[in-house]
Ligand binder design. Structure first.
Ligand SMILES: Nc1nc2c(ncn2[C@@H]2O[C@H](COP(=O)(O)OP(=O)(O)O)[C@@H](O)[C@H]2O)c(=O)[nH]1
Ligand SMILES: [Mg+2]
Ligand SMILES: [Zn+2]
Length: 346
């Protein structure tokens, strides 16, 4: 296997040239279980622990998808190559910290089951997550077999409205359709992460792309369509189509580690209309004569769309300060250990 088949490209070659020391080679993190990483290397799969420097307080540890420096001989991971992207959410326990989910992701396949799982608001949240990480989103509406044609058309229209310019692909693993349309959204050599609720059909989709039942899939509780959490390990899988897929754990509620800019990018038409609002610090909720409220009243703007915008805007405002503090800490850590040249700004 070549490194290219695992997503190696000129970006990482440059990072390697800048960061590697004598006797170090590159590998990509397939999964990481606390003490040891499973890595793809040009010589095959390797298991390696973190070197002592990466186990120190404050060190930036690798996540799935990272390219790392491996010392020859008794292999150990010496550093993380400068990331192209980092998919991260707000840490649900510690607040002011990002929780990295995966690194070096090019495309986010947002999988939403067309059963009780379907929620445009959640799709918008994932779109903000992608936008804030510089990752291209693709919306996959799975379990299309469960809806009548008119219901399906309505769901597609709703998703399209929430995501102008983003591919929206209805999908079913049950009706014999070809996964090629989804595969066509990702270029060879790129890495896509599959995100969505547990039970949305992510593993089933990956198995279909792969052409074998590699990942375990789970039955959904009939009563409420909520899945059980079956995916606990994050893994990369090299697909025969030439791209790599990361199966993220079920993300029902993902706290945003994002800025208001990412929200405005996703809600372009709302942000645009907000600029014409006469109030400077308008909450667009109760202010008389607010441009956005007027746009809703005249039917130009969906009320739910405005509510979704407002909610995510407020959430990112509260993250903003924590994010600035965190970035300062990271900048300090980078200066202290220039060799690794991390860039965790995102
Ligand atoms: N009806 C229907 N069920 C599906 C489809 N895709 C997956 N499922 C079922 O949904 C359940 C959860 O799928 P799984 O792939 O494990 O979901 P994950 O948690 O997102 O990885 C399983 O019982 C699958 O058989 C589909 O397209 N249509
Ligand atoms: Mg799964
Ligand atoms: Zn307003």
């Amino acid at each position: 296997m070549t490194l290219e088949s695992f997503g190696w490209n000129p970006h990482f070659a440059r990072a390697f040239a800048a960061q590697a020391e004598q006797g170090e080679r590159a590998g990509r993190v397939v999964c990481f279980h606390g003490a040891e990483c499973t890595l793809w290397t040009a010589e095959g799969e390797v298991h390696a622990p973190l070197a002592g420097t990466l186990r120190k307080e404050g060190a930036i540890t690798p996540v799935t998808g990272d390219w790392v420096l491996i010392r020859e001989g008794a292999p150990s991971i010496r550093g993380v190559l400068k990331r192209k992207t980092l998919l991260a959410r707000a840490d649900s326990f510690q607040g002011g910290k990002p929780q990295p989910l995966a690194a070096n992701i090019d495309t986010l396949l947002i999988v939403t089951g067309l059963d009780g799982d379907f929620s445009v608001r959640r799709i918008e949240r994932f779109l903000v997550l992608a936008a804030s990480s510089g990752i291209d989103p693709v919306i996959v509406l799975s379990k299309a077999d469960l809806l009548a044609p008119d219901e399906l058309a309505a769901a597609i229209a709703e998703a399209r409205e929430a995501a102008p310019g983003v591919p929206v692909i209805p999908w079913s693993a049950m009706d014999g359709r070809d996964a090629g349309v989804i595969a066509g959204c990702v270029m060879a050599g790129q890495t896509a992460a599959v995100a969505g609720s547990s039970g949305a059909g992510k593993s089933t989709l990956i198995n279909r792309l792969l052409g074998e039942e590699l990942l375990a899939t789970a039955g959904v509780r009939e009563s409420d369509s909520r899945g059980r959490h079956t995916t606990t390990r994050r893994e990369l899988i090299a697909l025969p189509q030439g791209w790599i897929v990361a199966d993220l754990p079920g993300l029902r509620a993902v706290g945003l580690w994002s800025t208001g800019e990412a929200v405005s990018a996703v809600f372009g038409e709302v942000a645009e209309a907000a600029r014409t609002c006469r109030y400077r610090d308008c909450t667009h909720t109760v202010e008389p004569g607010c441009a956005l409220r007027e746009a809703v009243e005249s039917g130009e703007l969906g009320a739910a769309r405005l509510a979704g915008f407002g909610k995510l805007r407020r959430e990112t405002e509260s993250v903003q300060q924590a994010k600035q503090r965190w970035e300062k800490t990271i900048a300090k850590a980078i200066r202290a250990r220039t060799k690794q040249g991390f860039d965790l700004k995102r």
